[in-house]
Design a protein around this ligand. Structure first.
Ligand SMILES: [Zn+2]
Ligand SMILES: [Zn+2]
Ligand SMILES: [Zn+2]
Length: 326
């Protein structure tokens, strides 16, 4: 690397190398190449991965035009920029500018869920202490790594014009690709190990809040619920349903928010909408108490059940009572 910074052209280099360095560090710790990582390795891996996301997206903005990294583009000042004396834009804003102004090829949604989940994970680590298992975090990071690796391949590397920079970036990416492969193989192997317990239960298997994999089987209330992949414990079906919506029964009832919807099959107040292994792209009404799924919740009796034919919000029982009354 040559010093200076006289030319705007030199500017993208430190940001890119820096971003790739965060990425290499995160993947090295997560991959398990040097044995299964410990909690401390994984903690720093998450922080470094979040830093890699921010730095690499902004490195691409910087390569296009340095003021795009600023929150207020119009306030750009080269001297302050070099001193780092400015507030830089959010990840969401960076993605919007990458699409609208830089016109990158990668199609990364600014509302991308895996990036949000990574941000949440980072916040939990920073502020609330960390309860996820190592394997849960490893699984959670895969979609983010996947997205970053293809972004760098498609939209960053081809735009690095100095051969020395291109060469060193390519060396770093070699390390990242090898580590990423190791990590995905490891998680695939773990999923393979529990496949036998998941098969045939696709209609009653939810995605774990902790590791993101479809590995929480609602077995009809025989046992407390747990994730088969990462081991996260959810307690009873009712407790699990509250945890899935990210709320607390105690707080909700105290604040007048009421209980969850009731199940027309088992009577538990544990019905929420969540994707199932069977239909991962859409939400299904599901009872965490007994594992039954439903078409909807009756607006009249408040029970989750199959609705009366051609009715959007009324169950067959309520429909018949209505008919009898007329
Ligand atoms: Zn899990
Ligand atoms: Zn039920
Ligand atoms: Zn009803």
């Amino acid at each position: 690397m040559t010093g200076g910074g006289q030319h705007t052209k030199d500017f993208h280099f430190p940001a890119l190398v820096n971003g790739l360095d965060f990425l290499v560090s995160a993947v090295d710790s997560l991959s398990g190449d040097n044995g299964q990582p410990g909690p401390r390795d994984v903690k720093y891996a998450v922080l470094h991965l979040q830093a890699a996301v921010e730095t690499l997206l902004k490195a691409r903005l910087e390569m296009h035009s340095p003021e795009l990294v600023w929150t207020k583009v119009g306030a750009f000042d080269q001297r302050k920029h070099e001193a780092g004396d400015f507030s830089s834009c959010s990840v969401k804003k960076a993605l919007e500018r990458l699409h609208d102004t830089v016109q990158i090829e990668s199609t990364i949604d600014p509302e991308e869920d895996s990036l949000k989940q990574l941000g949440n994970l980072r916040n939990r680590i920073m502020h609330f202490g960390w309860k996820d298992t190592v394997v849960a975090v490893q699984a959670r990071t895969i979609p983010v790594l996947d997205l970053l690796v293809s972004f760098v391949n498609t939209d960053v590397l081809p735009h690095v014009d100095q051969p020395a920079e291109a060469w060193s970036a390519e060396q770093q990416m070699e390390q990242v690709r090898a580590g990423f492969k190791h990590l995905t193989d490891f998680i695939a192997l773990r999923m393979q190990g529990v496949r036998g317990q998941l098969e045939g239960y696709e209609h009653a298997t939810a995605a774990c809040r902790s590791c993101g994999q479809f590995a929480v089987v609602l077995d009809g209330g025989a046992h407390d619920l747990a994730c088969l992949l990462c081991g996260k414990q959810y307690g009873t079906g009712e407790e699990a349903a509250w945890e899935f919506i990210g709320a607390s029964k105690h707080v909700s009832i105290k604040d007048g928010g009421g209980d969850l919807d009731g199940c027309g099959t088992c009577g538990a107040y544990a019905v929420i909408r969540t994707p199932l292994a069977y239909s991962p792209e859409e939400d299904t009404w599901l009872c965490f108490g007994c594992g039954s799924s439903f078409e909807g919740v009756c607006a009249f009796c408040g029970q989750a059940t199959d609705l009366a034919p051609r009715m959007e919000d009324m169950c067959s029982d309520c429909y018949e009572i209505r008919l009898d009354n007329f």
